[in-house]
Design a protein around this ligand. Structure first.
Ligand code: C2E
Ligand code: CA
Ligand code: CA
Length: 737
């Protein structure tokens, strides 16, 4: 219906039927079924419209719209006019005009519509125009919403703290500001650029592309880390996420982690440094610990060594006095607790000095080591063998009583029976042993050792190579030695010393050849003290030097006086002690005294005991030679008591031998001593030495000695030793012709 009317309107009454028929044919179905509104407007009024148009504008039917001013369809008069102004140039050219505009519904509400208009007769506006109309309100709204969303998205992208890039293939389709800033580009500068530009090298780019391509193709999110190049050539490390969007498009989200990386790197470095430091420190600590360990071990070693040195004798490895003292104290304590006995043996080698002096210290040392071994073998394992120094040893025997001590002393003596082999030397020697028992002979270590020492001296006095138990007499002796030493210190100053003289007589003629000066000590309280007792005290205390020199001077002085009285052939014999003999100044002292007092050296005789002269063969020889060079005569005293060999004797620059009185004393008692004296006389004669017999007390003794061929005699038979004044008469009376 509409179509017929419309055709009539469009084509006019006359041509209507023909045109209508054509229109109907061509467009009938189109218009009626069209989903868009169609309206025919002439002279600014609606001539015809289809139902859809009426519906779109809120009218019940097309009839309601017909005749309406087309201005009513617009929101305002101005809107209506502006459309006319805009559309006119296009329409009047005969072109189709298209626009989107807001229209007004019947109820006054507005909606967006798309309009397409065309003049019915191009170039003739008066004949009206035909318009199609569609409601695009929803579309427009959606579009604006989309715009808003897009704007929002862009602002989101731009404000994102990550770089976002949309790539089409390898080219930037779009990217956000952050990405531009990240790589230092101006806004929009990256648009269309190639992704290769962001990489430092082709190689990096290719490997990155290869890495991501597979993942993206599979539809997964690619995640990685890339080093990109900024515009100014710097490097930017990025964490990368990418996803394919289809059709070669992809979106890339990049986060600048350069700083983080740097921090991480710095952290890693710091960590590494820390680790290194810790490792170094640990190493240093380990080294220090090792050093410390070594040091401690060294110290421990040193300590052990120091302990060893402090407690053991370095030559023999035996405990020394310190360790002996410790062990003795322990032994005494346990002896106290269990009231068990305890014995201490003091052992001194006999004539060890001979060996040292004649064969040298090395041989002596080796001998000591061998002796130490033998001593160790004689005792039980809980006994102690200690070396006190020199040739002194101490055996500490816990649990040993007198019988036990005796048994050990016997074993020790046995141990010395076999000779000791030191290199080429086969050495035989003996020892003297003193025994002290706890608690009787001493309550502590010092006292016990002292008692054992005294007992040992007792053994020596009684002929050596034996053992002695400590006795109270020995105790008294040692007390007396102390007392004597104190008294002797003042003896010279207080003029308690004097010399007695005993004549030495020609055995055949009975004439006096000389005198022997013998020292006397008269103490106001102690009385007369024998030189045999106080000389050893003087020796051990060193008082022998001043006393010896005093004797030399006094004797020389006396000789001078007797010479002045005409006793010109008289010889003055003076005894020398071992200590004096070993003093290097001795020859000089003798020389000075003789020179000072002015007596001829030929009239002066020095008596040395046999053992003294032999003890230190080399230096003794030198000293003797010096004395001989002065012209002084040397005689060997107490001959027969020592162990001198013929060879030693031969080298000795002596002038006479004095047979010890012990041989003379027993001459009438047995043949043995006679033979001995006989042998000594023969030997002296063979060596061209004079021979004197000491201790001649009887006519018979003298007879016998004279018969043997003894040159001189000395003894009570002729005269006791007497003060100078008392002996002088005898001397003058028996002076040689
Ligand atoms: P000696 O050198 O063997 O002296 C001889 C000793 O025998 C003296 O004893 C003397 O009185 C004693 N005597 C002499 N004739 C007889 C006798 O017929 N029978 C007996 N039984 N004895 C006789 P003394 O005077 O008691 O001297 C003892 C020792 O003291 C001396 O032994 C000597 O070794 C030492 N002596 C004495 N005066 C000195 C001295 O001025 N210096 C040193 N270093 N020692 C001295
Ligand atoms: Ca003498
Ligand atoms: Ca003598």
């Amino acid at each position: 219906m509409f179509d017929a009317l419309l055709a009539q309107e469009l084509l006019g009454e006359d041509a209507a039927s023909a045109s209508l028929a054509r229109l109907l044919r061509e467009q009938q179905s189109l218009l009626s079924s069209a989903d868009i509104g169609v309206v025919f407007i002439r002279q600014r009024a609606v001539v015809r419209c289809n139902e859809r148009f009426a519906q779109l504008l809120g009218y019940a039917s097309a009839e309601d719209v017909q005749g309406l001013s087309s201005q009513a369809l617009h929101p305002s008069k101005e809107d209506f006019r502006s459309l006319g102004r805009e559309a006119y140039p296009t329409l009047s050219r005969g072109d189709t005009y298209r626009c989107e505009r807001r229209l007004r519904r019947r109820d006054g509400t507005m909606f967006w519509a798309s309009l397409t208009g065309k003049l019915i007769h191009p170039g003739n506006t008066a004949e009206g125009s035909i318009w199609t109309l569609d409601d695009i309100d929803a579309q427009v709204r959606m579009r604006s919403e989309l715009d808003a969303i897009q704007q929002e998205t862009q602002s989101l992208l731009d404000n994102a703290m990550v770089g976002i890039v949309f790539l089409q293939g390898q080219h930037v389709q779009r990217c956000n500001r952050h990405f531009e800033l990240m790589l230092g580009y101006a806004p929009g500068e990256l648009q269309g650029s190639h992704a290769r530009n962001w990489f430092c090298t082709d190689q990096e780019w290719q490997s990155e592309t290869a890495r991501s391509a597979l993942v993206l193709k599979a539809g997964h999110v690619f995640a990685g880390e890339s080093t990109l190049r900024s515009k100014d050539g710097g490097t930017v490390i990025c964490e990368v996420r990418a996803k394919a969007l289809g059709k070669g498009a992809s979106v890339w989200i990049l986060m600048d982690i350069t700083e983080r990386k740097r921090t991480q790197e710095a952290l890693r470095k710091a960590h590494q440094e820390l680790e290194n430091l810790v490792r170094d420190r640990t190493h240093a600590l380990q080294m220090a610990t090792k050093d410390l360990d070594r040091e401690i071990r060294g110290r421990k070693y040193d300590r052990e060594r120091i302990y060893w040195l402090a407690h053991y004798d370095s030559l023999t490895g035996l405990p020394n006095r310190t360790l002996l003292a410790q062990r003795s104290r322990q032994a005494i304590r346990s002896a106290q607790e269990s009231s068990a006995p305890l014995a201490v043996l003091f052992l001194d080698l006999d004539h060890f000095k001979h060996i040292n002096d004649s064969l040298g210290h090395r041989v002596g040392d080796s001998l000591l080591v061998l002796i130490a071994q033998r001593l160790l073998a004689t005792v039980r394992e809980y006994d102690t063998v200690a070396r006190l120094g020199g040739d002194e040893f101490v055996l500490l025997l816990p649990g040993a009583n007198a019988r036990g001590a005796e048994r050990v002393a016997g074993k020790v003596a046995q141990a010395f029976e076999r000779p000791f082999q030191v290199g080429p030397h086969e050495l035989t020697l003996a020892c003297s042993v003193g025994v002290a028992l706890y608690p009787h002979d001493g309550a502590d270590f010092e006292a016990l050792v002292q008692s054992a020492d005294m007992a040992m001296y007792g053994a020596k006095r009684e002929g050596r190579n034996t053992y002695r138990f400590f006795t109270s007499r020995m105790q008294a002796q040692s007390m007396r030695a102390l007392e004597l030493e104190n008294a002797l210190r003042r003896a010279l100053d207080r003029q308690q010393l004097s010399l007695h003289y005993q004549p030495q007589v020609d055995a055949v003629t009975g004439k006096v050849l000389g005198v022997e000066a013998l020292l006397r000590w008269h103490h106001p309280q102690l009385g007369e003290i024998s030189p045999a007792e106080f000389i050893p005290v003087a020796e051990s205390s060193g008082l022998i030097w001043p006393i010896g020199e005093w004797v030399l001077q006094t004797a020389a002085h006396q000789l001078k006086q007797w010479r002045n009285k005409g006793l010109l052939q008289l010889t003055m014999a003076v005894n020398l002690s071992a200590r004096q003999f070993h003093q290097p100044q001795l020859p000089e002292v003798v020389r000075r005294v003789l020179q000072h007092i002015d007596v001829p050296a030929e009239n002066f005789e020095l008596e040395l005991t046999e053992s003294m002269a032999m003890s230190d063969a080399h230096s003794a020889l030198a000293a003797l030679q010096q004395l001989r060079d002065l012209g002084v005569k040397i005689s060997i005293d107490d001959f027969g008591t020592g162990y001198s060999s013929l060879a030693q004797l031969k080298r000795f620059p002596s002038y006479k031998l004095k047979i010890d009185q012990s041989f003379v004393r027993d001459l009438d008692k047995g043949e043995a001593d006679k033979a001995m004296v006989n042998a000594m006389v023969r030997m002296a004669q063979a060596m061209g030495l004079r021979i004197t017999a000491e201790g001649v007390e009887t006519e018979a003794q003298l007879e016998f000695l004279r018969a043997l061929g003894c040159d001189e005699a000395q003894g009570y038979y002729f005269s006791r030793p007497k003060p100078a004044a008392e002996i002088e008469g005898f001397l003058l009376q028996r002076r040689p012709d």
